[in-house]
Write a protein that binds this ligand. Structure first.
Ligand SMILES: Nc1ncnc2c1ncn2[C@@H]1O[C@H](COP(=O)(O)OP(=O)(O)OP(=O)(O)O)[C@@H](O)[C@H]1O
Length: 284
């Protein structure tokens, strides 16, 4: 049945087609929730995101969107219902912040909303870049640039009811990597709200387990080494034994005042592959 999901159907991810097997993924990602893709460096998270947005075909398997192969959906149609924020996007020309956010509206140019300018303004305000609107993107800090790209991606996805039929998706590759603590939480709360209030499907690659524990509904864990990916509720997947096995870090879970479990790294981790000696972490 078509439930609006993005279905990774028996996907085999490899490093750029010819490389070794990174992961096997058979999972159904659903709208109206935040799914965090987690895993060690090189496990294939960005490669999976490229398969989910159709820019790179997996060596085996396929992505189904609303029950139909993603590859058969014309790129222009896809762009009206799916926005992607890649890591550190470079632009060849000296666009201003506002021009970059307006680019998010480009897929809708033939059927513009009555309030195009207001959508752009709202997305700049929501990400805290409205005050930078006339600045050249290249003149901004890394964190400011990341917030502009988030605003651009948010502007691309129409609110529920304004879209053509079908689910709507926001795919984010490490959107918080360059952000300070305040903006990390603000960005995650923002996409979480769009997901729960507006039905958007959010898929976000993260390294910070505590952001995932706080803001994600589900985790798609890519353990690396060609292992099968694991999809499940965030607190069921991110257990201490799993964290120790996948990231080689021992620690404990502590419950924050609002009831959210948070991972505290312990005093030592096991030896990392390719390193001569175990790495000692600071005592906690
Ligand atoms: N341009 C490229 N050419 C060849 N191999 C690549 C290229 N980009 C990535 N790879 C390889 O594909 C594998 C998976 O990379 P990917 O970027 O998907 O991992 P990741 O889980 O997102 O890693 P990270 O956490 O470091 O961002 C890695 O082994 C990487 O070396």
């Amino acid at each position: 049945m078509d439930d609006g999901s993005l279905h990774c159907q028996d996907i085999r991810l490899t490093a750029y087609r010819q490389g070794p097997l990174l992961a096997r993924v058979d999972a159904q990602l659903r709208p109206s929730r935040v799914t965090a893709i987690l895993g060690p460096n090189g496990a294939g998270k960005s490669t999976l995101l490229a398969a989910l947005c159709g820019t790179q075909s997996p060596r085996q398997g396929q992505v189904l969107w609303d029950g139909a192969p993603l590859a058969q959906l014309p790129a222009a149609q896809r762009a009206r219902r799916m926005a992607v924020m890649h890591q550190d996007t470079q632009l060849a020309f000296a666009f201003t912040v506002q021009e970059v956010v307006e680019m998010g509206r480009y897929p809708h140019r033939q059927h513009p909303a009555p309030d195009e300018a207001a959508i752009v303004q709202h997305c700049m305000q929501a990400t805290g870049v409205a005050g930078l609107a006339q600045r050249a993107l290249a003149s901004l800090s890394g964190g400011e640039r990341a917030r502009v790209q988030l605003a651009r991606a948010l502007a691309q996805i129409p609110p529920e009811g304004q879209a053509q039929s079908g689910s709507r998706w926001l795919l984010l590759d490490e959107p918080t990597a360059a952000l300070d603590l305040q903006h990390q939480h603000h960005a995650m709360a923002l996409v979480r709200e769009r997901s729960s209030c507006d039905g958007l499907g959010v898929i976000v690659v993260l390294h910070d387990l505590n952001l995932a524990l706080r803001y994600a509904d589900e985790v798609l864990l890519l353990p690396g080494q060609g292992e099968a990916a694991l999809l499940g509720p965030v607190h069921a997947v991110l257990t201490l034994p799993t964290i120790a096995r996948v990231w080689r870090i021992h620690g404990e879970m502590q419950t924050a005042r609002d009831g959210t479990p948070q991972f505290i790294a312990g005093a030592h981790c096991a030896q990392l592959p390719g390193m001569d000696a175990p790495v000692a972490l600071g005592a906690v």
